[in-house]
Design a protein around this ligand. Structure first.
Ligand code: FES
Ligand SMILES: [Fe+2]
Length: 326
């Protein structure tokens, strides 16, 4: 995982108001809960007393109670009560939970993975998804590292093979470019120019100009991807790292063409089966890729069409290097 980043790790509605939720994310066992104000709290799911999981404990107002001996912890991770010692007994500062900064927005819960340094910026998101849009979300577990899952969404050469009977119909096997455009150091767009092989050479990215159509792909480091289908329809995927071998994909269908309250949810839900079918086509192949985790140099025989994947790996490596230099 790249340290010092906000990661979208789950949907807001997965964490209830009145009880803790234990999940594995970023290679750790974490507990999520909400305080009286509904503010989300994320801590390591490990009681420092004798190692029980707090996620099978209770939320009591603004505190989390361990199920084993009732130690109570506040939202900052400080122990407030050790029942066996009596309610007025002093408590060592050493008895505390490891806390992760959280941010809730866009129906996602983000956690800051790394060193908390002062005021953290808000996590980035796709700014043009305004309140005209509504969405439905599905979650799917893949047995691979999140880098493989992300690279698949930046891979335009797989379309006529993996998706030969869905979005890759038409046998457009020849890949011009693709053309990448960096919006800032952690966000880029991808324009796709696949075509039927007529015997000509694929054009290089430098030979292409940005097409005058709304369709493009967009990626925001470390784990958000958008298929900008047109001005009113989008697919978003948040790749929540579980551990080095597993990733949960939160697939969202967004649209703004149907705004009537009940009907818009019907439209959103109806779009899910097709989008999930495409994702399952990807999953079948991506889960077989080895190694499960990618890096800049892993001996793969890459081609021109893989340039966005190389760019992703290069920036990922830079961020990893920056984080270890700090
Ligand atoms: S293990 Fe948590 S209170 Fe004892
Ligand atoms: Fe795909």
């Amino acid at each position: 995982m790249i340290p010092n980043q906000w990661y979208a790790v789950m949907k807001s509605d997965e964490v209830p108001r009145d009880k803790p939720l234990g999940v594995a994310r970023l290679g750790e066992k974490l507990v999520f809960w909400r305080d009286r104000q509904g503010q989300i709290v994320c801590q390591r799911d490990f009681c420092p007393h004798r190692g029980a999981a707090l996620s099978v404990g209770k939320v009591l107002g603004d505190a989390l109670e361990c199920p084993f001996h009732g130690f109570r912890y506040d939202a900052e991770g400080r122990c407030q009560l050790i029942p066996a010692n009596g309610r007025d007994a002093p408590i060592s500062k050493e008895v505390r939970l490891i806390n992760y900064p959280t941010y809730e927005a866009h129906g996602f819960i983000f956690i800051w993975w790394g060193e908390p340094h002062g005021e953290l910026p808000a996590p980035r998101f796709f700014d043009d998804l305004n309140s005209d849009f509504s969405y439905a979300t599905a979650r799917v577990l893949w047995s691979t590292h999140y880098s493989r899952a992300i690279e698949n969404q930046l891979d335009v050469a797989h379309l006529p093979f993996v998706h030969y009977n869905t979005i890759g119909r038409g046998g457009r096997t020849l890949v011009d470019g693709p053309l990448m455009e960096w919006l800032d150091r952690d966000r880029f767009r991808l324009y796709v120019f696949n075509r039927v092989d007529d015997g000509s050479k694929p054009l290089k990215p430098e030979e292409l100009t940005r097409p005058d159509v709304p369709f493009h792909l967009e990626f925001i480091f470390p784990n958000l991807w958008q298929n900008h289908i047109d001005d009113r329809v989008r697919i978003i995927v948040a790749f929540a790292p579980v551990d080095d071998q597993h990733t949960i994909l939160y697939l969202r269908f967004y649209q703004s063409f149907m705004r009537v309250p009940v009907l818009r949810q019907v439209v959103n839900r109806l779009a899910m089966p097709f989008n999930l079918r495409i994702l399952h086509q990807d999953q079948r192949v991506v889960e077989t890729e080895l190694p499960k985790q990618t890096a800049l140099k892993i001996g793969e025989k890459l081609i021109q069409a893989d340039r966005p994947i190389v760019a992703y790996r290069a920036r990922r490596q830079e961020l990893l290097d920056e984080a270890t230099r700090v």
